[in-house]
Design a protein around this ligand. Structure first.
Ligand code: NI
Length: 397
């Protein structure tokens, strides 16, 4: 029997992991530019005797570690994201960002430290029968670093039987694990509508085709897609986030064109396709009704993050054993946010779970300029990763 649980053993590494996390926080890097971060990660993995592969998906790093035995042939992937956000930090503590306009506002510094903590523990103990693949991925924030690694042959080279990832979650009590056995995050799509009218004098609108009026009708009509076309038992969001037309200095100039930009969030393919189709119909036909034309450009950015039930329940069971049933939410409500671990879950069974960060009083949710990762939960996150490895590839069966 082990004398210490993975969380307790990793607790002994907490100080060095906090220093590593705070160093990353002070030196944030944007997606696909994580050269310093991935260099540090690769160096630390190598120092642990882990075989390292660099530049998978540009700045991605993969570490490969075999257990005391590996004749099970099993291979499990653990993933952390490494990138920061283009936002200005307003914290003034010692480890605040040293780079103007860049900040670890989503806690990916914490995720990187957590996976490193798991690597340190597993490299020392190797109490498993199989191979761990440590996936340090770049560019989660909108640039699809997970997809870049997959396109670069991640799963051809490291044919994982399952993959796991976590994300810190302010608002969920510190150290709690939240998961469910299906959708965790939504698909995120981007749309752009260009409405072409005919400009002219604001005093003589009858000589024009006013794209501003057309845009207003389209914005209003788009609200009907979720309320009238999506079943009340399904989830979807249509948000018009940007409207651009004309010039605020020109009160009497009706412009030629208006442009709308926004996002659609859904969990199911059928709903996603239906929303796109309904939007296209409304946009084109409303414009036509006013004598204008309108075109919709619809881009699917990230798919929905859908856990496979078996692996999700496995995470919940491991968390229950490690932390106690009172620390595990098994039916966590999904979020309409998005996550590019979804690409990995399109290729492999696996699960994405949340790690509670504690109260988010003071507005310190993710992507807030005052946000900082809660160092106290590093051992819990790293212990969870380590336990997933030990339990899914046990030495003795
Ligand atoms: Ni994030």
């Amino acid at each position: 029997m082990q004398s210490l649980s993975p969380c307790e053993s990793i607790g002994e590494l907490q100080q060095e992991l906090i220093e590593f996390r705070r160093d990353l926080h002070a030196h944030p890097e944007l997606g696909f530019q994580e050269r310093r971060t991935s260099g540090l990660v690769a160096g630390m993995l190598e120092a642990l005797g882990i075989t390292v592969y660099r530049n998978i998906g540009k700045t991605g790093v993969v570490g490969v570690l075999r257990g005391k035995r590996y004749d099970s042939g099993r291979m499990i992937g653990l993933r952390a994201d490494m990138d920061a956000l283009p936002m200005q930090e307003t914290n003034s503590f010692g480890h605040a960002s040293t780079v103007p306009g860049l900040m670890h506002g989503c806690g990916h510094d914490g995720h990187t430290a957590i996976l490193m903590g798991a690597a340190k523990y597993l490299a020392k103990t190797r109490n498993f029968d199989g191979t761990v693949i440590f996936i340090f991925q770049p560019a989660e924030e909108g640039l699809g670093g997970a997809k870049a690694m997959i396109d670069d042959g991640l799963f051809e080279r490291f044919d994982c039987d399952a993959v796991y990832a976590l994300h810190n979650w302010p608002g969920l009590p510190a150290g709690m694990i939240g998961i469910n056995s299906g959708p965790m995050m939504a698909a995120a799509d981007r749309f752009e509508v260009v409405i072409q009218g005919r400009g002219g004098h604001g005093a003589h609108p009858y000589q024009t085709i006013d794209p501003v009026l057309v845009a207003s009708h389209i914005i209003t009509a788009l609200q009907s897609v979720v309320s009238r076309n999506v079943s009340a038992l399904d989830a979807a969001v249509v948000t018009v986030a940007s409207v651009h037309a004309g010039d605020p200095l020109a009160m009497s100039v009706i412009p030629d064109q208006a442009k709308l930009v926004g996002t659609v969030r859904t969990f199911r393919h059928s709903i996603q396709s239906m929303v796109e189709q309904r939007m296209r119909g409304l946009i084109e036909q409303i414009a036509l009704g006013f004598g204008a034309t309108a075109s919709l450009t619809y881009q699917k950015i990230y798919p929905a993050t859908i856990n496979t039930p078996k692996e999700a329940m496995f995470v919940a069971d491991v968390a229950t054993e490690l932390l106690g049933a009172d620390k595990v939410v098994r039916d966590l409500q999904p979020s309409m946010g998005a996550e590019d671990f979804s690409f990995m879950l399109q290729h492999k069974p696996g699960a994405y779970f949340r790690l509670g960060q504690g109260g988010a009083e003071g507005g310190c949710y993710l992507h807030n300029p005052n946000y900082d990762f809660n160092d106290a939960v590093i051992p819990t996150g790293a212990g969870m990763f380590a336990a997933l490895i030990e339990k899914s590839m046990p030495l003795s069966r």
